[in-house]
Ligand binder design. Structure first.
Ligand code: FRU
Length: 908
């Protein structure tokens, strides 16, 4: 854009320069003219002829300055022209000597100088133009000589002293007159070119001397003055007056001759036109004459007519020229304005062109810019997408890692809980029987083994991540090898009544295996199968021989794996979405890595349970790069197969010494060891019920416990869901619920509270805290019960929380509607509330602390009391009104409740 702007301004400057330049060429030559004065017509005529000539040359600018007959002013004006550096200077000096110096100065400044009419001293000027004044004087004398036949006297009236014409005219005149003996110049009157300067002197002279026959005045103006004096004295017929100048026009010399005022006049041309022509030649560097003498002639009665005609014609021509000049000037003006208009139009056109080019350039540039922007946009978008993708991956990976570590730590927490709880227990009760202590010691050992297994898995995982596993394969008979592992699960199978089957066709099948790795692989798969297979389920292991490989299948009848997770189940940190049991999810990852190190393959399918298939190639060609040891190698001593079975006794002995009204606690926990430990601890004070989570809700509805302890990570429904369901059920909504979980994050706490949990305890927990929490839950329930029973009439108000208020409202309404009905039973009430009789009993007992019958009875007696005080019914009528079939039984019950018989109340 910058070069274009430059171009734009350059064009403007160029156009301005062009127009200025044109103007300058019209002002090419400047002529400065210093005129002596402009008081007389002769001088005005000189100026006019100069202007006329200059106007014919448009390149000439003529500036005329009037010195007003002042020598000092004329010097100053000439200096001004020198300073302005005019191209040509023209001077008509007032006097010769005083002007000489300044003209020399102009010449020194290099300005060509033309002297006109009057001369200066010396010859330091470029050119002189004017008539020959000696000849002018001589011509005047010649006229007198030719007309005077007899002796005659002449008076001479001269021009201003010091001016060259006055001096030269006298010289020419006198020389010629003095040659004629009978002609005498009797008197000389010194004038200053104007008539006023001579009239008085002439008048006196005419009065005092002899009348002259001729008067010669150096110009027509003084000649006219002389005639006026002569006329005054009526001497006009006697005296002949001759003047100089011969101007055309009124009062001009020609007219004066024609009017016979003057006898003759000598033509003295102004030379104005010729001076401009000379200047022009000078400016065109043409060579010119230094002295340019103009023609002079005598005009008298003989030729005055012709002369006048000629001057008329000349004047006419001059007027025509002036008129034409005016027309030309007008045309020039029109031309100038039109050419300016054209220039302006050209300028605008050029501007338009530049602007068009500019806009095209801008459009092209904008398009280019837009294209660049679009491409950088696409690039940015692509980069952003990449970043987003990367961020998403990072997020997923971070989430997975966090999940992994959380899950792992949770897995650590339960065994830890067991260990710490057991240790607490041992410390608290050192005098307990040795059997109990040994159970808890075994629990510590068992769970320590679990921790060890977890740590081993973690170490394997790290090794895989670092790629630092070395495969050391040995030829192995797969059937006995696998059988040995399967045997580890026999006792668990027996306990859970699981059908454990191991099928194979040949016992001699051999594979090259890293025994330690493959032991872990098979053990892990079987552990999983047993973990997810319920009681009375099946676990089948089959070995099948194919052409190049051996396939080992593990099929269970557990919960199975969703189809879309067949691949991801082997990824680290992943576990099947239907598996709510705590797990780090690295077991299967390690399994796959180990199988793949053997160039084998592991896959899973699911159809009524899960089926894992491990394919291993026969022979050792595929394993050549690894260390193949032919020597049968024992197991690595650092590795111990930790098949830790749950340490749960078949039967839990109930406490026979329990309080009569001991409250009941339901434990919903899938870790059987923890469940058993809790049961063991609580059974001394409470009636304890347990659920492994699968039947949590059903169990709660069945027993309607006083308190519930519930885990969150459970095999079927999670703890939140169980809690939510029970809290939303009228039958169980009143039961205080303690959540006991390994999840310690804020979100889980909030979720539990939202689900209706009353207390949240995280694992590993402190025994005492748990016991106190149960007590405090029961105490709070007791406080609420007290509140309900003491404000039974306000139950319909807004003071009670949701489900309980709703339940009591409905209960009261049903009892009230059936108050009169003596056959109305607890079964009827339970049926109307759509719950069982036992559930109703436990709910009312829990909320109000009384049995349902007692509650119905108290309402009946309350109504009876009201009727006794406010109605006219008799006691028997009141007894029937509140559902008593026997007035006697009514009176006994009433007295028992209020300590006063109905009769006494009625009469009081
Ligand atoms: C004009 C004039 C003329 C005369 C001339 C001489 O000013 O007086 O009449 O011829 O000057 O310079």
């Amino acid at each position: 854009m910058k070069p274009l702007i430059k171009f734009f301004f350059l064009t403007i400057f160029f156009l301005l320069f062009l127009s200025c330049n044109q103007q300058h060429s019209e002002e090419n030559y400047r002529i400065g003219f210093s005129q002596a004065m402009t008081t007389d017509n002769w001088r005005r005529e000189m100026n006019k002829s100069m202007q006329l000539e200059a106007s014919l040359h448009p390149e000439i600018v003529l500036e005329i300055k009037d010195a007003e007959n002042s020598v000092a002013q004329q010097v100053k004006q000439i200096e001004g022209f020198i300073k302005d550096d005019v191209d040509v200077l023209i001077v008509s000096p007032i006097q010769s000597n005083p002007i000489t110096t300044v003209i020399e100065k102009a010449m020194d400044a290099g300005i060509p100088t033309i002297v006109i009419d009057r001369k200066i001293d010396g010859s330091n000027f470029t050119a002189y133009i004017g008539a020959n004044n000696v000849e002018v004087g001589r011509n005047a004398a010649k006229y007198i000589i030719s007309h005077s036949g007899e002796p005659a006297e002449i008076i001479e009236i001269t021009g201003q002293e010091g001016s060259s014409p006055a001096h030269e005219r006298s010289e020419g005149f006198r020389k010629a007159i003095n040659q004629i003996p009978n002609l005498t110049i009797s008197h000389i009157i010194k004038g200053d070119w104007e008539k006023a300067s001579i009239k008085e002197e002439l008048s006196k002279l005419l009065d005092s001397t002899e009348i002259p026959k001729y008067i010669f005045a150096h110009n027509d103006r003084m000649a006219l003055g002389a005639w006026e004096v002569v006329k005054e004295k009526s001497l006009e017929d006697d005296i002949h007056i001759i003047g100089v100048d011969g101007l055309f026009g009124p009062n001009g010399g020609i007219q004066l001759v024609k009017d016979r005022i003057l006898s003759a006049t000598v033509l003295y041309p102004t030379g104005g036109m010729e001076a401009i022509k000379l200047a022009e030649e000078l400016m065109s560097h043409e060579s010119i004459e230094k002295n340019n003498i103009l023609k002079t002639v005598i005009i008298d009665s003989v030729n005055v007519g012709i002369m006048k005609n000629q001057f008329d014609k000349m004047n006419q021509q001059q007027n025509d020229i002036e008129h034409q000049q005016e027309v030309i000037d007008k045309q020039i003006n029109t031309y100038n304005s039109q050419s300016k208009l054209i220039q302006l139009m050209i300028f605008l056109l050029v501007l338009l062109l530049i602007l068009s080019v500019w806009s095209i350039y801008l459009v092209v540039k904008l398009r280019k810019h837009k294209r660049n922007l679009e491409s950088s946009n696409t690039e940015i978008r692509a980069q952003r997408n990449k970043i987003e993708e990367f961020a998403e991956k990072l997020k997923l990976s971070n989430e997975s890692k966090i999940n992994f570590f959380t899950a792992l730590s949770h897995e650590f927490k339960t065994p830890l809980t067991l260990i710490t709880s057991s240790i607490d227990s041992i410390a608290e009760r050192p005098s307990k029987e040795s059997q109990e202590i040994s159970y808890e010691t075994n629990l510590i050992i068992n769970n320590s083994k679990r921790l060890l297994r977890l740590i081993n898995e973690l170490l394997d995982f790290r090794k895989i991540e670092n790629g630092s596993f070395d495969l050391r394969v040995t030829k192995t008979k797969i059937v006995p090898f696998l059988k040995n592992i399967v045997d580890n699960f026999k006792s668990e199978a027996l306990k859970k009544s699981i059908e454990l089957k191991f099928s194979y066709k040949s016992e001699n099948l051999e594979l090259y295996l890293d025994r330690e790795m493959m032991d872990k692989v098979f053990f892990n798969i079987l552990s999983n199968a047993f973990k997810f297979t319920p009681k009375n389920g099946k676990v089948h292991i089959t070995i099948e021989e194919k052409e190049e490989k051996i396939e080992i299948l593990f099929k269970d009848s557990g919960i199975g794996i969703p189809k879309e997770e067949f691949q991801s189940i082997f990824d680290p940190y992943m576990q099947a979405s239907n598996n709510t049991r705590p797990s780090s999810g690295i077991g299967l990852y390690i399994t796959r890595q180990f199988v793949e190190l053997h160039k084998g393959n592991i896959s899973v399918s699911s159809n009524q349970g899960a089926e894992f298939k491990i394919s291993l190639l026969k022979g050792n060609v595929h394993l050549k790069e690894y260390v193949i040891s032919e020597v049968q190698k024992g197991m690595d001593t650092s590795y111990e197969r930790n098949r830790v079975e749950n340490l749960v006794p078949e039967e839990i002995d109930g406490n026979k010494n329990l309080r009569e009204n001991a409250e009941s606690v339901l434990i919903i926990e899938d870790n059987l060891e923890l469940s058993f430990l809790l049961q063991k601890k609580l059974s001394s004070e409470y009636k304890v019920y347990v659920s492994d989570g699968v039947d949590g809700v059903e169990k709660a509805l069945e027993v309607i416990p006083d308190v519930m302890i519930c885990d969150i990570n459970l095999p079927d429904k999670d703890g939140f869901q169980i809690c939510r369901e029970l809290k939303n059920d009228l039958r169980t909504s009143h039961i205080p619920t303690i959540i006991l979980t390994a999840l310690s994050d804020k979100e889980s706490r909030l979720k539990a509270l939202k689900a209706g949990a009353d207390t949240y305890i995280t694992k590993p927990f402190n025994n005492q805290i748990l016991m106190e929490s149960i007590k405090s839950a029961l105490f709070n329930r007791e406080k609420l019960r007290y509140y309900y029973t003491n404000r039974i009439d306000k139950v319909n108000g807004e003071n009670f929380a949701g489900a309980e208020q709703f339940f009591l409202k409905e209960l009261n309404a049903l009892i009230d509607a059936n108050l009169k009905n003596s056959g109305f039973t607890v079964e009827d009430l339970a049926c109307s509330l759509e719950i069982s009789r036992v559930q109703l009993y436990r709910k009312v007992k829990a909320l109000l602390g009384v049995s349902v019958n007692e509650y119905i009875n108290s309402l009946r007696l309350k109504k009876a009391k009201n009727l006794l005080q406010n109605s006219k019914l008799n006691i028997s009528e009141i007894a029937y009104e509140v559902g008593y079939s026997s007035p006697g039984y009514f009176s006994t019950s009433f007295k028992k409740e209020y300590g006063i018989s109905p009769k006494e109340l009625k009469t009081s």
